[in-house]
Design a protein. Structure first.
Length: 204
């Protein structure tokens, strides 16, 4: 740095006093220039680090929201509901996109559309709540499965199908279903209904 500054101020005919003053100014200028370069280099590195942290944060969020594999899903659901995992696998299926589907035919859900709808709601909402940790449960996902099983009746969905259940209530909006402390009880009853273990199939 000193050599660069000295070469910049040494000119024939310039007095030593003037050269000394100019040398100091040249050194200060070069120091400021180097500091500016260092700052620019640092500023270039910082965004890179910020992006990495953001990517890591987004990755963690994505992981927490990602659909678990079948082993995790059925393991969590068995633990929360108290239903044997092998029984759960006989009744439910988990899609790669997180869709919860009922395997057995609709007729095994109950002898009336109302009963079939109640059983399907308890199964799907319960599985999403306890197996996917969804709270509140997305009501559209439940309606979609009821439509697939041909037991969805829009006018009666909230009052006559969801309403009688103790473990699930309508949420703050039409898009939500809230699980209560009775959810495992309703879920177990629904599994038993599909398995034909329910003594009386009350048609509401």
């Amino acid at each position: 740095m000193i050599e660069r500054a000295w070469s910049a101020v040494t000119n024939p005919g310039v007095s030593e006093v003037a050269q000394s003053t100019a040398l100091k100014e040249a050194v200060d200028f070069l120091r400021a220039e180097e500091g500016s370069d260092a700052g620019r280099k640092t500023s270039k590195r910082k965004p890179s680090g910020g992006r990495k942290r953001q990517s890591s944060s987004n990755g963690s969020q994505a992981s927490s929201e990602a659909t678990p594999d079948e082993a995790t899903f059925f393991g969590s659901l068995a633990s929360e509901s108290g239903v044997d995992e092998s029984d759960l696998r006989d009744v439910l299926q988990l899609g790669a996109d997180g869709t919860v589907m009922i395997g057995p035919p609709t007729r095994q859900l109950g002898s009336s559309i109302a009963k079939q709808a109640q059983t399907a709601i308890a199964l799907v909402a319960g599985a999403r709540s306890m197996g996917l940790s969804e709270n509140p449960v997305g009501a559209e996902a439940v309606r979609t499965e009821l439509q697939r099983k041909r037991c969805y009746n829009q006018p009666n969905f909230a009052a006559k199908h969801l309403g009688p259940l103790k473990g699930f209530n309508a949420g703050a909006t039409r898009a939500e279903i809230k699980a209560t402390s009775k959810a495992p009880e309703d879920f177990r009853a629904a599994v038993e209904q599909v398995q034909g273990k329910t003594a009386n199939d009350d048609d509401d």
